[in-house]
Design a protein around this ligand. Sequence first.
Ligand SMILES: [Zn+2]
Length: 161
Amino acid sequence: MIKHEIKINFQEYASVKELDTIDQDLCAEAVKAMKNSHSPYSKFRVGAALLLKSGKIIHGSNQENVAYPSGLCAERVALFYWGANHPDDPIVSMAVTAHTDEFELHKPVTSCGSCLQVLAECEQMQSQKVKVILFVGQGPVWVTNGIESFLPFLFFEDRLS
Ligand SMILES: [Zn+2]
């Protein structure tokens, strides 16, 4: 038997104000994106903003539906929009935030497994890692460089692509 250990790395900042200007601006875009969240069922609003190499910003927000499985997370709304419209303009970074009036969020909300898997394929498509910035309100900010920090055992098979 061989015992393996996987370590992941991420940086924590006390608040968005500690980030550099470019990242702070992207966080502000994620807050703007959250305003178009359609979340009457969960009342949990999520906003995602992508910064592309050209400087273009893409917004995504969670879009729910009365037929629950038909909804989609903010991250995948943004990432699929990118794939459909700007696949040749690499994603540099993605900021994600969330808010609900139902309770207070004290730490960043991490992306679901499906969004991480999609992000992994976006990184593969553009042959470049995506910096991910997760934050809520006044709470701490978590920053990673690339999908591997979140999902070390992501599904990936070269022969299928
Ligand atoms: Zn998700």
